[in-house]
Design a protein around this ligand. Sequence first.
Ligand code: SF4
Length: 368
Amino acid sequence: MRYLTEFHDPRLAATLLDTIAATATRRWTLMEVCGGQTHAIIRNGLDQLLADQVEFIHGPGCPVCVTPLEMIDRALAIAARPEVMLCSFGDMLRVPGSTTDLFTVRAHGGDVRVVYSPLDAVRLAEAHPDRQVVFFAVGFETTAPAAAMAAVTARRRGLTNFTMLVSHVLVPPAMRAVLASPDNRVEAFLAAGHVCTVMGTAQYEPIVAEHRVPIVVTGFEPLDLLDGVRHAITELEAGRITLVNAYPRAVRPEGNPSARAMLEEVFTVCDRPWRGIGMIPASGWRLSPAWSQLDAELRFDIADLTVAESADCHSGEVLQGRLRPPQCPSFGTTCTPRRPLGATMVSAEGACAAYFQHRRLSAVGGGR
Ligand code: SF4
């Protein structure tokens, strides 16, 4: 297949659905760990088409959603400073902190900008030498290479007015945290192909071996996801515990060596709190000591800020697959995309937003 529309072919989808139905002898519980896959599953009704064979539970795969509240508040504190121009991706600007969000800071006169690439923030720093430009760097292994490239570019260009507030997170430790939970129900994972495009597949082999859980690397189009489900069901029914790369058109076992080398140069692995989940050891990246001049937390002295999460938002349970968004008492009532209580209702990859946008107002497929 050469064109994206071919990955939406209804005849091939029907064939895959028939194969899955003929293979499954019972209903299996699969977790996808990518907000883009969550939206594709809900948008295309794959959970409804596979209701007899699969219960999809949605994992902590939305990077905006898992950015900890204290990081949002640190961004808010930095953005409120008169000398600062704070830049980030559009989703981050609407995510509520403990008192407000970045859009509100902008409405009150703060210099908060939406960028489409970390390099846009570097260009802004070059164009505005009188301003302190801060890039709020969030995301998984997919977006981190571009942030690392921004750091390298800023250093090469001798910029002294560019820093980064870094809140990057790593997928495999989050999968381990889900599996270690006493109420874990995951029988197989659909792993996000774009993460593996950068990092390769080797990091999943220890998880498969230690936790005895199949992992299928898959893509984001309907046929990619159905093929990923087909592989997962085939492995589960055969009693095989394996790692399968069902996305070979994009994923090589070694990943992208150039991107990985840049990540290793700029970042170092650290413990990281995940919003709604808590601290996960070795689950994040921060700037390594050699790059500390670019660390906005050090430049603006806001590293010690701590805050408490709202008790009204159950996004932590949503992010761990324990609660479906419509089961949250606030879903669609006091929490909507216009007035979100939690990040999972704001982000374009959030599970609550997926259910709201596609009018899934009841919890298809059961919940906790
Ligand atoms: S519906 Fe709103 S309040 Fe409920 S978990 Fe989702 S974001 Fe939080």
